[in-house]
Write a protein that binds this ligand. Structure first.
Ligand code: G
Ligand code: G
Ligand code: NA
Ligand code: MN
Length: 253
């Protein structure tokens, strides 16, 4: 209950800010994009991660408002972050996709800040596709037609109904970090088989694959052996503020 009030106050004070984690080419470290991740600049507790507050925010209906506040800031940052063809991804909670005007509202926001569709991508979870699948399919379809691509997040941990992969207008999928975490050298590990199978499936459906949670050189090496070409994780960079990111990549702040 206390948290609920805190969240409402934080919304008014605009304490939710995006941090960005680079997404890279595993072969040569080339930057391909960023994932925008919500952080809460709490006046007393400091920087909080979604694990501390996302559940309550979702239950109490605050998350939608927090997300839009965050999307606004991300859209402001995107032009500076769009080095070359780099894109930035937004995490989209299931409730958004059930709102009939989600796509319209997002496109409006992009227009306001001059964000090109190629520089923005969405991350949705399987849970978001489950309810009202026809509406969600149509919404993501309209966004794709406008040039905004969608990635399926945390793949392999949810329902993993494979029919989703071709039913929904998806551009790619992100392999959940639990599989990457368990990657071991040699062929015996179960995660190795799963990652290989996901890659083969994605290839045959024409989907891009991004590996999440890469923490070691060994994992990067194993992923490359398994044919993965894109990834993100602490090995390359923890999520960081826009200013830190811009400084690191030598972009003007
Ligand atoms: O950054 P971190 O690993 O703590 O994120 C944990 C979870 O919070 C992830 O599952 C991620 O999808 C979710 N998340 C992060 N940022 C956002 C956001 O801006 N909006 C929503 N709805 N979820 C987010
Ligand atoms: O659910 P989603 O994939 O959006 O959540 C991403 C979360 O994973 C973020 O909270 C981010 O901080 C976290 N994360 C990013 N890279 C790593 C990593 O290499 N290891 C671990 N354990 N977590 C990571
Ligand atoms: Na995500
Ligand atoms: Mn993920």
């Amino acid at each position: 209950l206390e948290l609920e009030g805190d969240l409402r106050r934080a919304l008014h004070r605009q304490e939710f800010v995006p941090h960005y984690q680079p997404i890279l080419s595993l072969a040569d470290g080339r930057l391909v994009g960023f994932e925008a991740l919500m952080r809460w600049h709490h006046p007393v507790r400091g920087l909080c991660v979604p694990g501390d507050f996302l559940g309550t925010a979702e239950e109490t209906g605050s998350l939608e408002h927090m997300d839009w506040q965050l999307y606004d800031l991300v859209c402001k940052d995107i032009r500076r972050l769009s080095v070359g063809r780099a894109y930035t991804t937004l995490n989209v909670s299931p409730r958004h996709l059930r709102a009939p005007d989600f796509d319209e509202r997002l496109l409006e926001l992009m227009t306001r800040y001059g964000v090109r569709p190629a520089n923005l991508r969405l991350e949705v979870t399987e849970g978001a596709l489950l309810e009202q699948p026809e509406e969600v399919q149509a919404c993501l379809g309209r966004l794709r037609d406008a040039g905004v691509l969608t990635l399926l997040d945390d793949f392999g941990t949810g329902y993993s109904s494979l029919s989703y992969l071709h039913r929904f207008p998806l551009h790619g999928l992100k392999i959940d970090r639990s599989f990457v975490h368990e990657l071991r050298s040699g062929e015996s590990g179960g995660s190795t088989a799963i990652v290989r199978a996901i890659r083969l499936l994605a290839d045959s459906l024409g989907l891009e694959v991004i590996a999440e949670g890469i923490e070691s050189e060994e994992q990067r090496y194993q992923l490359r052996l398994l044919g993965l070409s894109l990834g993100q994780g602490y090995l390359f960079s923890k999520p960081a503020s826009a200013d830190e990111i811009l400084e690191r990549y030598g972009l003007s702040v």
